[in-house]
Design a protein around this ligand. Structure first.
Ligand SMILES: [Fe+2]
Length: 489
């Protein structure tokens, strides 16, 4: 049984091919079209999927009719009557070279939850899903029992949405909503949460296991507190977000029996909040799928409709750039230039570059942060992430979890002055730990980098310029190298 899981027509379209419990392919459309957050499936991605043969079933990541009802209720009349986003019609329009198989629809938050449960290896789990908006739902606490049955224990519906509120603050601070939320999370470290009480006064009420909103964040928050600094606004909305998630985690622990926690939805990209949750120590184990947002729901939809557990071998599930991981050449380039790109193996599925579409650099020189930011054309306050062998990570970072292979948690750096390029303003780093099983080539590179230089860390950031999707194939890698004057091996 071969299933295509599809998340499309909203933002950041993605397709996963799943067969007999194996994820054969999972990839973002934007990497092929070079259009950031492309909502349509690109023909080259469909061709790659077709290489595995025609699907027996298509799993769609949300229920289109329920979503139409929400459009009606939200007064989005044009969206409510539009037929352009009807999945069956869209799939016909794609002109696929096979008769359309059966299409099954999964609930949006069920898709999020199932992506995590299916890949977790947990026998049972408690799950928290938070995002901007599903069909109606914005926040779910639920559980999976050992048979894989999913039960919802608590839900919040539109317009009470923490994700939409975060996006409203993203806009308020002059950034792009639904895209730059991670910038707000970074900016928060530069401010003080001095408007937290004002948020509770004007915008958010903590209630039950989660929250209610006093405004409809879909309409934005205008110039709420016009005198406030962007950094303080960011710190304040971040503090409220963490408080809500901590509250939900405590409630989930008290009201479920599993010791395994899944966190999913766009809010699970908030690695500062993830670390707060982990530090509570209420659950024995936490699993956040490396692609917890809607794109990851391509895998989630397939898992939700088949009820299947999936063999998780890592996030390297996309387009392949063939050849050995170029350890020797990377070492030489790092020693000579300090910065080098790598495009090798299968592309990462998820927003983070984890070694196969990465820009790597020596984290020690004082000017390295500026140099890499200049290569990428990014905001100067944006921190870079370190990658380190899992076996020595504790020597340099206070991680809230045993391992962090997907950069989902922040940790205080114990030697911030030695590695200035990878430490954020607040003294923390968003750490990627690597074992030989996670990525043998990257692990070997780190071993030999330390042998050569005494430094156990590399800076690891995504191989793209600001506002661009990650490099996908060799051609994109060569173009990046030409444009930015950095070798990409
Ligand atoms: Fe979502």
């Amino acid at each position: 049984m071969r299933t295509w899981g599809i998340s499309a027509l909203s933002h950041d379209a993605a397709l996963a091919v799943v067969e007999d419990g194996e994820i054969l392919l999972a990839a973002h459309s934007e990497r092929y079209s070079r259009k950031k957050n492309d909502s349509a499936l690109h023909p080259d991605l469909l061709d790659e999927a077709m290489a595995f043969g025609a699907p027996d079933m298509i799993a769609w990541y949300e229920r289109p009719h329920v979503k139409k009802l929400r459009h009606l209720r939200a007064g989005q009349w044009a969206d409510a009557v539009s037929r352009a986003d009807v999945p069956r019609r869209y799939l016909r329009f794609l002109g696929l070279p096979f008769p359309l198989p059966r299409i099954r629809y999964a609930d949006h938050h069920h898709s999020h939850a199932a992506a995590a449960f299916a890949t977790s290896g947990f026998p049972d789990a408690t799950v928290i899903v938070g995002d901007a908006i599903g069909e109606f739902r914005t926040f779910t606490i639920g559980r999976f029992d050992t048979t894989g049955r999913f039960e919802v224990l608590h839900r919040r519906n539109y317009p009470h949405s923490l994700g939409l509120l975060y996006s409203a603050f993203t806009r308020r601070c002059g950034f792009r909503p639904n895209e730059d939320e991670y910038v707000i999370m970074g900016l928060a470290a530069f401010g003080e949460p001095r408007h937290e009480d004002a948020i509770y006064e004007d915008l958010v009420e903590l209630e039950g296991p989660s929250f209610r909103l006093k405004v409809n964040p879909h309409r934005g928050i205008g110039d709420w507190l016009p005198e406030a600094s962007d950094a303080d606004l960011a710190a304040s909305v971040q503090a409220v977000t963490e408080e809500v998630l901590v509250r939900a985690t405590r409630w989930a622990r008290a009201n479920t029996t599993s010791r395994n926690l899944l966190v999913m939805g766009g809010l699970a990209l908030n690695c500062v909040a993830n670390s707060r949750i982990a530090r509570l120590g209420l659950f024995d184990d936490i699993w956040i799928c490396p692609n917890p947002g809607d794109a990851g729901s391509s895998i989630g939809a397939a898992a939700a409709v088949t009820g299947m557990r999936l063999n998780w071998s890592g996030p390297y599930l996309g387009t392949s750039v063939d050849g050995e991981y170029p350890v020797d050449a990377l070492l030489d380039a790092l020693a000579d230039e300090g910065v080098v790109g790598v495009a090798s193996g299968r592309a990462e599925f998820g927003p983070r570059a984890l070694g196969n579409r990465s820009l790597l650099a020596d984290p020690r020189p004082a000017d390295m942060q500026d140099r890499v930011n200049a290569v990428k054309g990014r905001e100067p306050f944006r921190p870079f992430a370190p990658v380190i062998r899992a076996e020595v990570a504790d020597e340099l970072f206070e991680l809230p979890v045993p391992q962090s292979p997907y950069m989902q948690f922040t940790a205080r750096c114990k030697a911030p002055h030695e590695y200035p390029a990878i430490v954020h303003h607040d003294g923390t780093s968003r750490v990627q730990t690597v074992t030989p099983r996670d990525h043998p080539g990257l692990h070997e590179l780190l071993v030999r980098w330390e042998e050569r230089t005494g430094c156990p860390i590399l800076l690891n950031t995504s191989l793209n310029s600001r506002g661009e999707p990650l490099v996908n194939n060799r051609e994109h890698a060569d173009a990046f190298a030409r444009r930015n004057g950095v070798a990409v091996l």
